[in-house]
Ligand binder design. Structure first.
Ligand SMILES: C[S@@+](CC[C@H](N)C(=O)[O-])C[C@H]1O[C@@H](n2cnc3c(N)ncnc32)[C@H](O)[C@@H]1O
Length: 228
């Protein structure tokens, strides 16, 4: 993996490790960042496959293109688009798999993002997602303090129950949790300051202790039902 991808990697899992990608699959990466999962997916889907990396930040798209070039994957069917995840502009029923790694927690309208994933997947297509959730509800004023640094991956996280409701309401079924892990205090601090302290200053010790044990990194899959 090229150094640029490793340095810019800000994931909380490895969706290509549990997405069961097959040669020839069309894969869309929601929030591709520096392109680490696009490159990993490219190895799995091979030269017959197609990968579309989407990110709202054009600067990240530029870096993801660099990753693909540095990885020697420029002859693969890989495209990038600058777009918000609730409006990808991709056609209906395009993808076999939508992957996403630590991004949807950052999106204010998670319903719209999951509806968009559902729309662009073909029937029987699936999602493979790593994300951050709260396992217990937290006080509104504490949530507000974390939201003041939304870039950190805790500001936009929502309670687990609401998260699963969002996924199911979009229409997905065959929902399966692949792995889950409560963040350690070091991981919590890193997550709260993602992508770096200059962008998202660390929470106070008191605020960090108030969420300790309540933040989980979760990996899951779900399927868009087939027609009929
Ligand atoms: C925590 S980083 C994860 C990047 C990458 N998936 C990885 O594992 O390294 C979040 C990425 O999501 C992008 N992002 C956040 N909100 C977005 C949105 N609403 N629409 C599109 N991209 C978004 C950011 O620009 C950033 O590149």
């Amino acid at each position: 993996m090229p150094e640029i991808a490793l340095n810019l990697s800000r994931g909380c899992g490895n969706p290509t490790g549990f997405a069961n990608l097959q040669p020839g699959d069309v894969v869309v990466d929601f929030g591709c960042g520096g392109g680490i999962d696009v490159s990993l997916a490219a190895h799995k889907v091979g030269s017959q496959g197609r990968i579309i990396g989407i990110d709202g930040a054009p600067q990240m798209i530029e870096r993801a293109k660099q990753t693909v070039a540095d990885a020697g994957l420029q002859d693969r069917n890989i495209e990038f688009r600058t777009a918000y995840l609730d409006k990808t502009q991709l056609p209906n029923d395009l993808a076999d798999v939508v992957i996403s790694n630590c991004v949807i927690n950052l999106c204010p309208d998670k319903d719209a993002v999951y509806e968009e994933a559902f729309r662009i997947l073909r029937p029987s297509g699936r999602i493979a997602i790593s994300d951050i959730i709260f396992t217990e509800s937290i006080a509104p004023e504490l949530k507000e303090r974390y939201q003041s640094t939304w870039a950190g991956c805790l500001g936009g996280a929502i309670p687990e129950e609401d998260y699963w409701q969002t996924v199911k309401q979009a229409g997905f079924d065959e929902f399966q949790i692949v792995a889950r892990q409560t963040l350690t205090s070091e991981e919590l601090e890193a997550m709260a300051c993602c992508p770096g302290e200059e962008f998202a200053p660390p929470p106070s010790e008191e605020d960090r202790l108030l969420v300790e044990g309540k933040v989980t990194s979760v990996k899951f899959t779900a399927v868009k039902p087939s027609l009929g």
